[in-house]
Ligand binder design. Structure first.
Ligand code: ATP
Length: 276
């Protein structure tokens, strides 16, 4: 592990981080570690790229920020609280979604599902909820498709719809698991633009991706992981050949510069699930 870059480079900041991890170990069953040595901060307006091979712990780290995976060691806080207590201020877009494309549910209904935690049991969406849904659909350029059946939308539109569902709570912290997967060029551009706008408005985010070029274009910081944290820090200083090689194996040895890595994002190997 590269200790210099796992240290927070922003200890001078007066504001509190949205997410704060110190030497955290995460586990699904309370015993076997799924990810170790996690030390990071995410502040407002920052976007953290989570980069690593398959089964390296990226989704696990995101899940821990909403309390779906528990720490068995270390110190972690999200919005100054235990993650579950912060859930109403977090927007989470999981990697795969549970919505059956055959299910007769409109895009508006999918996005409204994002308000449920705030609505509570036995309450119908009110005017404020409907306005928040409209605003979220507007934000991802899907207002014209509000009443379209979710399964009839294109893959890119569905992805943007799920982003709207994550945004409908007006989150302070946005967690996106592989949001660019399967998107065509125009949908990618649109999504990147939306993420940049959200950052400018003060939202902090963590984005898992295999695509180093996208990480570079959207994110201010990077965390490299392969079950154990390899490095964390500002993206220009941290997404360097030594760290990429250490994370993915020796395949990147022939890349000498940051530009080489960014120019060849798709050569990143994707090893089989380790089953560790
Ligand atoms: N629900 C679960 N229960 C137990 N172990 C799990 C569970 N989900 C993931 N794991 C294990 O945790 C480890 C990290 O997996 P994780 O899904 O976080 O990787 P990832 O980097 O997001 O992978 P990918 O890029 O393929 O999505 C793997 O060993 C995986 O098998």
């Amino acid at each position: 592990m590269t200790t210099a870059s796992t240290k927070s480079a922003r200890t001078d900041k007066a504001e509190k981080p949205l997410a704060h991890y110190r030497d955290v170990t995460l586990s699904y069953d309370g015993h076997k570690p799924a990810a170790t040595g996690l030390t990071l901060d995410i502040f407002r307006r920052e976007a953290l790229a989570l980069v690593g091979p398959n089964a390296s712990g990226k989704s696990t780290l995101l899940k821990s920020m909403v309390g779906l995976v528990q720490p068995i060691a270390g110190e972690l806080e999200v919005l100054g609280k235990a993650p579950r207590q912060a859930a109403s201020d977090i927007g989470y877009m999981p990697q795969t979604d549970e919505i059956d494309p055959e299910f007769p549910i409109s895009l508006r209904e999918v996005v409204t599902m994002g308000r449920f935690r705030r609505l509570g049991i036995m309450r119908w969406p009110g005017r404020t909820d409907r306005a928040a849904v409209d605003a979220a659909l507007e934000r991802v350029n899907l207002a014209d498709h509000a009443d379209t059946r979710f399964g009839d939308l294109s893959g890119g539109q569905q992805q943007r719809g799920l982003l709207a569902r994550a945004l409908v709570m007006e989150p302070k912290l946005l967690l996106l698991d592989e949001p660019f997967n399967g998107l065509d060029t125009s949908s990618r551009q649109m999504l990147m633009q939306t993420l940049r706008e959200l950052r400018a408005e003060g939202v902090g985010m963590a984005v898992s991706t295999h695509d180093l070029e996208l990480a570079h274009q959207v994110c201010s910081h990077v965390l490299l992981i392969n079950r154990h944290q390899v490095a964390f820090g500002p993206i220009h200083e941290t997404l360097i050949p030594e760290h990429v090689s250490e994370t993915f194996g020796e395949t990147h040895e022939h890349f000498d510069t940051h530009e080489d890595i960014v120019a060849h994002p798709h050569v990143v190997p994707k090893p089989e699930k380790s089953g560790l």
